[in-house]
Structure formats: structure tokens, C-alpha cells
Design a binder for this molecule. Structure first.
Ligand code: A3P
Length: 377
């Protein structure tokens, strides 16, 4: 038997089991032993975890899908997170290390919003008022004013989701993150997942447009002169360009990533959205998703309008057309034929695998995929 101080033995342990360095969070509310040691701020009777994840991938219309889905009165989403396009980016990312209570800390931050400030002032007023009543009662008569012991009633549901039946979280970083499926399934095994199928060539081109736009701010992202064609033609796996190339094409390798999600979730838990259909007929897509989520019908068609100036569908709220910000649905030149050919070649195997997968599972094959497979046959 060998004695070692706790730090050295921990170091030894993690050297032996490096995969255990990152903890795997499970839902503390499902285990009575965990519930017993939870901090009082963690309220298990309230819905504090999402029922639905919109996985992306990036540049497939995931923001539009989330914003349209939120129009439904029985749907709500996470509190917007500043600095990451409002996304929580929990599974498979740095935020995961902050633990399951982290989401609640975000909620505390939200307390600076106007409504929350009003609620807090009201709660403070009640507290002072009730103390005053206590003193008064003590001096006058114990029975003249009945003191309600549950005067904190209002503070019980400041962020309550009582009227919400589906809470979703959209983080476009999840789909192609290898750690995300296992971590998500450990915490929310019964969650439903949405994956948007966009033509990978178009998706890669759209991804490059954003990165290219950022190039003048951060030359390490993509140097200003580099075309997408030159990035894609990089052969050296040790060059920094190779990393950019991989990030650009990764999200379009659908089956490769789906396989990982299907190790932890059943196919019935996943809904596939055709990105072209979402772009052209969002109300129809949203109606089908609503049915799949077992939510009451909602007339999306009267709350979504096409904006000719934006060139995309936008939300119609109180008679005002609200489109997504300038970074979504941008105007740029069409892909030239040489680039399209190169991208189609890169994704040939992946498209063929996706086609076979959807066919085998008797799922709808998007038109762009039919064409891509027919075009290469
Ligand atoms: P572009 O900006 O390259 O046109 P995501 O939100 O997943 O990052 O996807 C962004 C893409 O969503 C946009 O890429 C755009 O093509 C697509 N999109 C689909 N419907 C949209 C909508 N109603 N408004 C804005 N963009 C939409």
C-alpha cells in the first residue's frame, strides 16, 4: 500500500484516466441524493433544463428557425447570453466546465432588466411592509392583522415557465462538436433535437462569407487576400489554413456527426429540417415542428411575412416587421462555377452517405440532396 497526498494522487488518477478530466453532469433533480445537497437556489419543481436543442449546424438558418419558433405562445428559450450570439454554447464548450448551476447565474444577471427591477422593488416593498405589519401587530393585537407566512409568493416564480410547455436552446456549435452528444444525453436524455439540412457547399460558402468579413478585424482568422478556393486547396495538414479549411467544411459532414448523436439519442428524438424549405416556406416548416413537439396549433402564417428589402421572411410583431440582424441573410456574390465544383467534390461522399441514410430511415430527402447525388452519378 502506498500513501500519497490528495493532489498527487489526483494527478496520478487523471494521468491514468485522462478522459475523466472533464466531469459529466447529470440532472441533479432526478436523483434524491443529489437533490438533498443542492443549493436552495436550485428549484427542482421549476423547469430549469431545455426540452429541445436546435443543433444547427452553423449557417443553416438556425437563428431564423429559433426566432420563428419563439412566436409560439407555448415556447420559450434560454435567457440571451451576451458575447456568444445569445447562445448558451454549453455542451462541448468552455461553459460546460462551469457546471449546471451556471445557467441560473445567467438568470441572476438578467435581473438588471427593467421588469426584473420592478419585481425586485415590489418584493422589497412587500418585505418592508410586512416587517412593519409584524411590529404593528406586536404592539396592537396579534389577531387584528393576519400575517401571511407565504408573503414571498411573488418571488417564487420570477422566471417561472408555468405557461410554457417547451423550452428550447439553440447553439449552432453543438452539431459538429464531438463531446456535445454524450454531455447533452447525460443531462437531458429525453430532449428532442432539431438538425437543419443545408446544402453543405452553400453552407461552407456562407460560413466563409462571415469569416471573410471578420478578416479585417482579426487577420489570423483568414488573411484578407485568401479566397475560399485557395483555402480549400490547402494540402498541408500542419498549415494554419488547414484548420480553417476543416472548420469551414466540418458542419456539412452530416452523417459523420449524426452517427455520434445517434449513439446517445434515438432517431425518433431527432427532427430534420430542409434548409431550403425553411427559407422559402417557414410557416409550413414551423407548423410541422409544432405537431412533432405535440404543441397546440399556431397560425405562423399570420405572424411571418416575406420582406422584399431583406429578401427573407421576418417576424410580424404588433404590425411591425422584425427581420434578423445584418449578419444573417447578407447579400454577397453567388458562388462561381469553379468553387461550386470544388465544394461539390469535397462533399461528394458525405452527400452520398446522407442520401443513403435518409432513404434507409424513410425520411424526406431534400431537393438539393437529390440533385447533388444525381449530378455526381
Ligand atoms: P447568410 O447570412 O450567409 O445568407 P445561422 O443562423 O444558422 O447562422 O444561419 C444563417 C443563414 O440563415 C443565413 O446565411 C441565411 O441564408 C439563412 N436564413 C434562412 N432564413 C433566414 C431568414 N428568415 N432571415 C435571415 N437569414 C435566414
Amino acid at each position: 500500500l502506498k500513501w500519497q497526498d490528495p493532489i498527487s494522487s489526483a494527478e496520478m488518477y487523471f494521468r491514468k484516466f485522462p478522459e475523466e478530466r472533464v466531469p459529466v453532469w447529470t440532472n441533479p433533480c432526478t436523483d434524491p441524493r443529489h437533490q438533498a445537497i443542492l443549493p436552495p437556489s436550485y428549484n427542482c419543481s421549476r423547469k430549469s433544463l431545455p426540452d429541445l436543442l436546435i443543433l444547427g449546424p452553423q449557417k443553416t438558418g438556425s437563428t431564423a428557425l429559433g426566432s420563428f419558433l419563439s412566436l409560439h405562445p407555448n415556447v420559450s428559450q434560454n435567457v440571451p447570453v451576451p458575447g456568444s450570439f445569445e447562445e448558451v454554447q454549453f455542451f462541448g464548450g468552455q461553459n460546460y466546465l462551469k457546471g449546471v448551476q451556471w445557467e441560473n447565474l445567467q438568470k441572476l444577471k438578467k435581473k438588471s432588466t427593467k421588469n426584473e427591477q420592478k419585481r425586485r422593488s415590489l418584493a422589497t416593498f412587500w418585505r418592508i411592509f410586512t416587517r412593519f405589519r409584524l411590529i404593528l401587530c406586536h404592539f396592537l393585537s396579534k389577531n387584528r392583522l393576519k400575517i401571511r407566512s407565504n408573503f414571498r409568493y411573488m418571488s417564487n416564480f420570477p422566471n417561472s415557465t408555468t405557461f410554457t410547455t417547451v423550452v428550447y436552446e439553440k447553439s449552432a456549435t453543438y452539431f459538429d462538436n464531438s463531446a456535445a452528444p454524450k454531455q447533452a444525453a447525460a443531462l437531458i436524455p429525453r430532449a428532442k433535437l432539431i438538425v437543419i439540412l443545408q446544402n453543405p457547399s452553400q453552407r461552407a460558402y456562407s460560413w466563409y462569407q462571415v469569416r471573410h468579413l471578420l478578416a479585417h478585424k482579426d487577420p489570423t482568422v483568414i488573411s484578407e487576400g485568401s479566397s475560399l478556393l485557395s483555402i480549400l486547396s490547402t494540402n498541408s495538414t500542419t498549415s494554419p489554413m488547414w484548420k480553417i479549411r476543416q472548420r469551414c467544411i466540418s458542419g456539412g459532414k452530416y452523417v459523420q456527426h449524426l452517427d455520434k448523436w445517434l449513439e446517445h439519442y434515438s432517431l425518433q428524438q431527432i427532427y430534420f429540417v430542409d434548409a431550403d424549405e425553411l427559407r422559402n416556406e417557414p410557416a409550413k416548416v414551423l407548423t410541422s415542428i409544432t405537431k412533432w413537439l405535440d404543441l397546440p396549433d399556431f397560425p405562423f402564417e399570420t405572424h411571418i411575412r416575406f420582406s422584399p428589402s431583406k429578401g427573407f421572411h421576418c417576424r410580424l410583431i404588433d404590425g411591425k416587421t422584425l427581420c434578423l440582424g445584418g449578419s444573417k441573410g447578407r447579400k454577397y456574390d453567388e458562388m462561381d462555377s469553379e468553387l461550386r465544383e470544388k465544394l461539390n467534390e469535397i462533399f461528394e461522399m458525405d452527400n452520398s452517405a446522407l442520401y443513403k441514410f435518409l432513404k434507409k430511415m424513410r425520411l424526406k430527402i431534400p431537393d438539393w440532396l437529390q440533385e447533388a447525388v444525381r449530378g455526381r452519378a
